[in-house]
Design a protein around this ligand. Structure first.
Ligand code: AP5
Ligand code: MG
Length: 219
């Protein structure tokens, strides 16, 4: 099954993407994680092209589409992909339609995580990530090491108030138009609205799974 997770920074794409991948037997693909991996390797050929993420601006469509096209040919992506952070522009959405069509596949579902701005700020400013296995946590969980692999948890360098504002602007200008793109397509599109901090990770996941059942996507 191929699923696109849409939503602003901090809406829970990474958190739900990794859960859904396990639940649906698909592979989670986060372009943000791929770019942070590239940034950790100065000799990577795309190192200079992805520096821009430190400012909260988007990497060029040309580079992103190439990275995704190369990535999804790997065998581990053959049973379905949970796309997190891709597509992020209309150009990328069209490229993804073409890539999947070339593989005899199509997007089965778009999940829109619609989260209010105060919840987003609370989440992002408290986020901790595992640099090794990429799992995402929150300071309120009181963890200093990753419970999965033991690595020390760190904050992301783009999780500062200044860069978050830029990331939100990029989302509104370039990614929000994808709502109309997918609403006007044949793709099944579900929306989850979260406007307080009381809906837990499991609560959101339960709602997604319930909607998948309701739509007949899973049993
Ligand atoms: P990316 O890494 O994708 O960042 P983003 O879109 O800003 O999204 P985030 O990763 O910040 O948030 P998320 O929605 O994954 O939330 P999370 O699950 O972590 O991209 C980074 C940069 O790379 C971009 O700014 C851009 O420069 C570049 N880039 C990437 N893709 C690109 C593309 N396609 N084109 C061009 N450029 C691209 O959750 C956030 C926090 O909340 C965590 O602490 C989590 O534990 C917590 N949390 C989640 N859900 C809940 C809940 N229900 N209750 C309580 N806490 C929760
Ligand atoms: Mg993420």
């Amino acid at each position: 099954m191929d699923i696109v997770l849409l939503g602003p920074p901090g809406s829970g794409k990474g958190t739900q993407g990794s859960l859904l991948a396990g639940q649906l037997g698909a592979k989670h693909l986060s372009t943000g994680d791929l770019f942070r991996e590239i940034l950790s390797n100065k000799s990577h050929p795309l190192y200079s092209k992805v520096q821009i993420i430190k400012e909260g601006k988007l990497v060029s469509d040309e580079v992103v589409n190439l990275v995704v096209q190369d990535g999804i040919k790997k065998p581990e992506y053959q049973n379905g992909i949970i796309f997190d952070g891709y597509p992020r522009t209309i150009c990328q959405a069209k490229a993804l339609d073409q890539m999947l069509s070339d593989m005899g596949r199509k997007i089965d579902l778009v999940i829109d995580l619609n989260v209010s701005q105060d919840v987003i700020l609370f989440r992002i400013l408290g986020r901790l990530v595992c640099p090794k296995c990429k799992q995402v946590f929150h300071k309120k969980q009181g963890l200093s090491n990753c419970p999965n692999c033991g690595e020390g948890l760190v904050s992301r360098t783009d999780d500062t108030e200044e860069v978050i504002v830029k990331r939100m602007q990029e989302y509104e200008a370039n990614t929000a138009p994808l709502h109309d793109y997918y609403n006007n397509s044949q793709t099944i599109h579900i929306t989850l609205s979260v406007d307080d901090t009381s809906l837990s990770v499991k609560g959101v996941n339960d709602q997604i799974m319930a909607k998948l059942k309701e739509k007949g996507i899973i049993q």
